[in-house]
Design a protein around this ligand. Sequence first.
Ligand SMILES: *[C@@H]1O[C@H](CO)[C@@H](O)[C@H](O)[C@H]1NC(C)=O
Ligand SMILES: *[C@@H]1O[C@H](CO)[C@@H](O)[C@H](O)[C@H]1NC(C)=O
Length: 381
Amino acid sequence: MKRTASLFAAGLSIQQALAQVNVPPAFEVGVKWQIIIQNTIDIKAPLQPSDAVVWDLDLYHVARNPGIVEYLRTNVPNAILVCYFNAGLAQESDCDYDSRWRNSGLLGNVYDPDEPEFSDERWINIKNQTARDWIKRRITLANDLGCDAVDPDNIDGYLNDEDGANGTGWNLAEADYVAFVTDMAAHAHALTTKRGFTLLIGQKNAPELVGPVGGLLDFAVLEDCKTLNDDEDFTFCRDFQPYVAAGKPVFSIEYPSTLGNAETGACSATGASDAQYAASCDTSQGNAGFSTALKIQGGVGELNGCTQYCSGEAPGTGVVVTATDPELDGSPCPPEASIRILPTVFSFFEVGIPLRATLRTEFGIKEPKQPADKEAETWSH
Ligand SMILES: *[C@@H]1O[C@H](CO)[C@@H](O)[C@H](O)[C@H]1NC(C)=O
Ligand SMILES: *[C@@H]1O[C@H](CO)[C@@H](O)[C@H](O)[C@H]1NC(C)=O
């Protein structure tokens, strides 16, 4: 099918150049955010902090507890729900693990042999089309659940395979992840959210990818970009300034060791030490304009409820604990039938996306209408 293949290639590059992304108005540089992916947020508790607009929650926590969407929308009218999922690895708690990944032959080595706490996570062969289609189903699931955006994690497996290391088991190169992320972005941007905007997609870490794919993505989520927790100095906050310049939010997480107890998740009422607070919140390290949240370093406290915000306040302030309930993590997965599943012969529809983009370009077909009650921003890629 040479013709289809070349159309696909041509269409994709046109789409990359011209695709319009309709962005909810509140999704702005510097917007307050929260990220909770360790345990499930407790929707019986009052929502804290109630002024965080962007909420980055685990896709499968939301899938297992769909009341979360309504809870957020009720408490924060402009809430933007970002659904986090592991794009580079599959793990046992994923709702699609048993039905798809476990015996697929598409899983390689464990995340990191030196980090046994992640030993149930295995690198996915992201070069394989079946694997990519399954990942795209996760993106579709996010959209069907009512998420406004997706945060695909672990798109930097190539770092494990440098210099012939083959740490993933698939010898993956940076170019393989560029192709993978490009594919995911096209899929997300072809979807319209329940609120009538484009499903947004972010870049997680991987500063090397800002050049090749930053223009295709809508926001970034960074961990420890100042490398305060690392002996080596390879700060990468500044690499993400192109996002800020393009009006796209960058959400950064710093992990000061004094914020709380990693083993118990207990939060210090006064937050991180003055010195660590100052280092984490200092905006002179290429991180101007970032939305920063401080989180407990390691253990069950990591990326859970305990959070301190910079927000221009003094050290010792800005500590918030979002209530979580670990029992909800094990709520049953939704039956596949309750979720719209795309046809198995998915590649046919994939080809349709760039073709539509081509038509739009050549014949001036109208963009989808924006929601009447919202003044949506758009940006062009
Ligand atoms: C992708 O993986 C599936 C499942 O292991 C396999 O059947 C298929 O042949 C692979 N595709 C390619 C192009 O290698
Ligand atoms: C990479 O590692 C996998 C799994 O350990 C192995 O099957 C494969 O042969 C390796 N490939 C290369 C080229 O070293």
